[in-house]
Ligand binder design. Structure first.
Ligand code: GTP
Ligand code: MG
Length: 324
């Protein structure tokens, strides 16, 4: 497949292409999913021109149309299952974390969201026979919590468990980390991620896992007060659709983390609710609720999924990584 450039779209000259790129619309896909108003504003063009450009982008990117059931089935055949390395956890997930889906992990601080994310970044690189997807990882790190030292320890642990001498430097080389400095930057990084995934597509380590840790922290910090809630949800929604698109295009698993906020007015049940509320609930395909238990034990509950029963798994977060 030859790569289509923004300049190849009818109505996009070099100057417009430049403006689009400056605004973060780096790829045909990014333009294809933009709204005419959004594009008109950033590229200083009329809305009808913007609409034409978007249509052309949709056609070249081959998106926005309908897929027949058998096409969906064909695409679903490619779905990979990424092992968590824990038997119970994998079973609960129907074999592992699915590609082409968004899996949300929510829980309070210290519940292990970042630890699970690190472990998945290691596991995904393993060959399929060993539970991986032979892939590399893109990690959008919003809280500066990525620790290469932790990856080393987990690779070490894996070497011992599998009786194979893995090279931790090789593992680190396949993890592409970007810090996101604010919510806008975070959204734009998905476009950069598409470019990187495109470059790696035909290598022996195509991107098979996208991690956003934390999905909601910037949004929560930037949109404070009741009046801003609708804006926040709208942006978050757009971001999630970008992520879903990433998963579909590159057959990649998408794992996002989310904090819980304390809901003091809840008298019964668990007084915590994930940030992002309903929009996130409906976009994330698998939702996992992580809770601290005794010592290094963590309880992971599958809250809802399209085709699996709800369930719970117990795992341990140890220096060697996530284990049964
Ligand atoms: P927030 O991002 O603050 O919301 O929390 P989180 O859910 O991401 O928690 P995280 O995954 O960072 O879990 C932190 C916990 O993991 C620590 O309190 C430790 O219990 C455990 N942990 C982290 N690193 C190590 C390690 O090197 N060895 C062991 N044994 N445990 C670790
Ligand atoms: Mg964390």
């Amino acid at each position: 497949m030859t790569e289509i450039l923004l300049e190849d779209l009818p109505g996009v000259g070099p100057a417009t292409a430049e403006k689009l790129k400056d605004a973060g619309f780096n790829t045909i896909e990014a333009v294809a999913v933009a709204s005419p108003a959004e594009l008109a504003n950033t590229a200083e063009i009329g809305e009808s021109t913007a609409a034409k450009i978007i249509n052309a982008a949709r056609q070249s990117a081959d998106i926005g149309g309908f897929e027949t059931g058998d096409m969906v089935l064909e695409r679903r055949k490619l779905v990979g299952k990424l092992s968590t390395g824990c038997v119970e956890f994998d079973e609960m997930m129907g074999g592992g974390i699915e590609s082409q889906s968004i899996t949300e992990m929510y829980g309070e601080f210290g519940s292990g969201k970042t630890q699970v994310a690190h472990q998945l970044a290691v596991n995904v690189q393993l060959p399929r026979e060993q539970g991986g997807l032979s892939g590399s990882v893109i990690m959008i790190d919003t809280e500066n919590t990525f620790r290469p030292e932790r990856i080393k320890q987990m690779v070490q642990g894996l070497s011992e468990r599998n009786g194979v001498e893995y090279d931790h430097d090789e593992f680190l080389k396949n993890i592409h980390v970007a810090r996101a400095y604010n919510s806008n930057h975070q959204i734009l990084l998905v476009d950069s991620a598409m470019e990187l995934a495109n470059e790696l597509k035909d290598t022996d380590k195509p991107v098979r896992l996208m991690i956003v840790d934390s999905l909601t922290a910037h949004f929560r910090a930037e949109y404070v007060g009741r009046g801003t809630l609708a804006d926040r949800q709208q942006k978050l929604n757009k971001h999630l659709h970008g992520l879903q698109r990433f998963g579909d295009l590159y057959n990649s698993a998408v794992v996002v983390t989310n904090q819980v906020m304390s809901k003091p007015d809840a008298f019964f049940g668990d007084p915590t609710k994930p940030i992002g509320g309903h929009i996130l609930g409906h976009t994330a395909t698998f939702r996992l609720y992580l809770r601290k238990s005794k010592g290094d034990k963590r309880i992971i509950r599958l809250v809802d999924s399209p085709n699996l029963p709800d369930g719970e798994a117990i795992v341990s977060v140890t220096t060697d990584g996530l284990v049964d």
